[in-house]
Write a protein that binds this ligand. Structure first.
Ligand SMILES: Cc1ncc(COP(=O)(O)O)c(C=O)c1O
Length: 414
């Protein structure tokens, strides 16, 4: 792949993406409940990915007009698109209404009022869900019940009922359900059940208020093993367990089990992707460490810099006889962009192809042109076929949007 398409290069496996989606379906199918899977497009979106998701018959979560446009251009069925975001612009809301996007996930009272005005103005209707911040926050190994619901996302739990009741005077808006998203890299069903308990309490109250709810979306966040030692969210084990416990909560609350929706992004794409780089320099600092610099970095993978995310790497062309060395893999941005602080590699040499694994989620989608580096291409592998699904940016792409204003156009270097 590196020889054929050049580096840096994102390589995605269609087979693994489909396998992850099939595993999710299998886990839910085994429970016999009504469900839907919304792929969280923020993890990795483009036309080809939208085609894969559509062909699997699952839904898509988008957070911007750009993601909506991509889905529409790929022919994604609009009724299966859910539109998220804590500050959707009037233009984005109007676009969603014009294209009859399946669900608009309302994130605030202001947004509710904006939607009410827009649907009245356009004389149209919308199916909406409310994102609620249940005061439960889950990280990889810890679960925090914050109580304060201190989040820029969603309606604060304590105000949610009152705000949602306002829709009774908004006949163009149909409230089809509630939504929450409690975090990422969650590796057990427990946090989802705790969040579900709070959401079901609210759901029950709203049904008593005659709000016609039928869906409960518990968000994404299923964890994946970035490192060999990491735990993962075992969907086949945890989803049936989670559904059973939520059924119990609904029975206890005296309500019918809503259609359950989950919204994984990372789980579906992270393990399907790797990034290939070429080693440019190997700098041994005696008594300190060896820096192996590659031809990418925080531009194509900002996660280590943003979150201290950890990855594993391999030298693809290593000879089995080569000695292992502990090195630091760094990028080439003008920042201390360490991709991996310590990793054992077959002694790296200039020109080697280095692969970082599990880069399918939040890498391409978070990439940037910092330092005016072009973004890498994305290649999709399917069985024994491969093809470019996003072209490598060119020098022209880097300059495409630049303009010189009139007052600078005659300026010369003096
Ligand atoms: C509302 C919502 N749904 C789903 C996701 C997907 O999360 P993950 O990729 O961890 O599954 C996110 C991630 O930020 C989110 O904000």
């Amino acid at each position: 792949m590196a020889r054929q398409y050049g580096t840096p290069l994102y390589v995605m496996s269609e087979d693994i993406i489909r396998k992850r989606i099939e595993d999710l379906k299998q886990a839910f199918d085994s429970t016999g409940v009504k469900y839907d899977i919304n792929y969280a497009g923020k993890a990795f979106t483009n036309l080809a990915m939208c085609r894969i998701v559509a062909s699997e018959g699952i839904s898509l979560d988008v957070v911007s007009k750009g993601e909506m446009l991509t889905a529409l251009k790929a022919g994604f069925p609009t009724e299966h698109i859910c539109f998220h975001g804590n500050n959707k612009t009037p233009d984005e809301l109007a676009f969603a209404l014009e294209h009859q996007i399946g669900r608009i996930i309302v994130d605030s009272e202001d947004e509710l009022e904006a939607l009410n005005r827009l649907t009245t103005l356009k004389d149209c209707r919308a199916n909406i869900m409310f994102r609620v911040s249940p005061g439960v926050e889950a990280h990889t190994h810890e679960l925090i019940e914050t109580g304060t619901e201190d989040s820029k996302f969603g309606l604060p739990y304590v105000q949610a009922r009152e705000i949602i009741l306002k829709t009774k005077k908004m006949p163009r808006l149909t409230v089809v359900g509630l939504h929450c998203h409690i975090g990422s890299q969650i590796v057990s069903d427990e946090p989802f059940v705790i969040a579900a308990e709070k959401m079901i309490d609210l759901y029950r109250l709203l049904q008593e208020d005659e709000i016609p709810l039928g869906e409960l979306n518990l968000g994404g966040g299923f964890g994946i093993p970035y490192l060999h030692k990491d735990e993962a969210f075992d969907v086949i084990k945890y989803i049936p367990q989670m559904v059973l416990r939520i059924k119990g909560l609904c029975d206890h609350a005296g309500i019918d089990l809503p259609k359950l929706i989950v919204e994984p992004g990372r789980y579906i794409v992270a393990e399907s992707g790797v990034t290939l780089y070429t080693v440019g320099t190997v700098k041994k600092i005696p008594g300190l460490r060896t820096y192996v610099s590659v031809d990418g970095g925080m531009n194509d993978n900002p996660r280590p810099a943003l979150y201290g995310a950890e990855y594993e790497a391999y030298i693809c062309n290593a000879k089995s006889s080569s000695i292992m060395e502990t090195v630091t893999v760094s990028g080439r941005a003008c920042e201390n962009d360490i991709l991996i602080d310590r990793v054992d590699l077959n002694r790296p040499e200039v020109g080697d192809t280095l692969m970082i694994s599990n880069t399918g989620a939040y890498n391409y989608s978070m990439s940037s042109n910092y330092n005016r580096y072009p973004r890498p291409a994305v290649v999709l592998i399917s069985g024994n076929m491969s093809g470019v699904i996003v072209k490598r940016e060119t020098d022209d792409d880097l300059l495409r949007l630049d303009r010189i204003p009139k007052w600078l156009s005659g300026e010369q270097h003096v």
